[in-house]
Design a protein around this ligand. Sequence first.
Ligand code: C2E
Ligand code: CA
Ligand code: CA
Length: 322
Amino acid sequence: GESIVNIAASVGIVLDQGNYRSAEEMIRDADTALHRAKLDAKGGYVVFDNEMFRDAKKFLERKSGIQQALLEGSFEVHYQPIIDVLTGELSSMEALVRWPHPVEGMISPAEFIPIAEETGLILPLGEWVLRSVCEQIKKWNTIGYDGFRVAVNLSARQFENNIPSLVEGMMIETGISADSLTLEITEGIAMKNVEQNIRMLEDLKALGLNISIDDFGTGYSSLAYLKRFPLNTLKIDRSFIKDITENTDDQEITKAIIAMGQNLNLKVLAEGVETQKQLDILRFSGCDYIQGYFYSEPLSASEVAPFLKNKSLINDRQLELI
Ligand code: C2E
Ligand code: CA
Ligand code: CA
């Protein structure tokens, strides 16, 4: 039989107004425009412009900035308390990476993590965060602070490697036990290499780690995959919690997620809790854990230490919970 093949071309165009010194520079910019043309629409063309130049320059700046910060060891990890709704006690913490930039001040991970992911630098950065968290846990254990887990965010790209062996090696190297770690994954890892990823998650769980699914409700994952993932906790995305007190849709969605989590035998955590009213609704709906500015912002390791020393301290700071 015959078959019809449709061909479309994308074109990147660059105009030389006398500022190019070499053919390589022109080709680089034409390539950037081509890349944009492919993203925009099939069969279109894009002319390289100043904005694209600024974006490309920024991207390269960030990329080398991340490389340098890794070399110099200037990233930091902050810890945000996660509270058990029933007891009001600290149950765990989420580790969040921070980049104190010498000139620009703190750069948000929301800005540099995507660049680290695109450039592959998330692999050394992710490993650095993991090691730094394990070392910190070890320090806390040494002075008698234990009985909590620290949750570390993993990018989908980290699942391209053998993540269970990396994590296991790190625990051995730093001398911490698996019951002090949780890994946060996003629905994105349900998109590629599903079978392989499920196997790695099972290996991690078998080691004794907890697995949380992050930003739940915002991704594309199907509930069928979700059921096959060996999860412990669902983290309801902040976007549902934000307007929960006024928006009945968000309230119903949140209640449905909590009910579903309970039916699947999962713990449910609400992110981005900022007010007593939000907490009241969540508690009433049976949510297990709360994380957000209402209790505490992410804190440096030394700032969070008092929460670990006296886990019930939080009860004095915040009102009675039961
Ligand atoms: P995320 O995993 O959803 O982390 C929660 C984010 O919400 C954090 O932003 C946290 O500071 C913020 N947050 C916590 N409570 C509240 C609240 O009550 N209100 C509001 N408005 N925000 C709250 P952050 O630290 O800027 O991190 C942004 C994102 O960057 C994280 O979102 C995560 O996706 C990524 N990220 C951070 N650290 C790492 C890391 O070590 N590895 C990877 N792969 N990603 C990371
Ligand atoms: Ca997270
Ligand atoms: Ca989240």
